[in-house]
Write a protein that binds this ligand. Structure first.
Ligand SMILES: [Ca+2]
Length: 71
């Protein structure tokens, strides 16, 4: 099994991950919005304990482009 995790380091030095079980406050700091079969948008909250909950501190679009390796 392959596991892909993204992380954001906030200005106060905390790290927040797409896997909320890794976050020091145990909160979910990213909203994952699917944009079709190979794209998604990640909207991040960068404050400990989700202080303002605006989830607009970093917004990125991810495109999955798997490469098939022939053997
Ligand atoms: Ca915020």
């Amino acid at each position: 099994m392959i596991r892909l995790v993204f992380a954001l380091q906030s200005q106060d030095g905390n790290m927040y991950y797409t896997d909320s079980s890794l976050n020091s406050d145990g909160k979910s700091h990213v909203i994952k919005l699917p944009l079709g079969s190979v794209k998604c948008q990640l909207s991040w909250e960068d404050l400990y304990a989700l202080k303002d909950r605006d989830y607009n501190d970093l917004v990125v679009e991810i495109t999955m482009n798997p490469i098939t390796k022939s053997v």
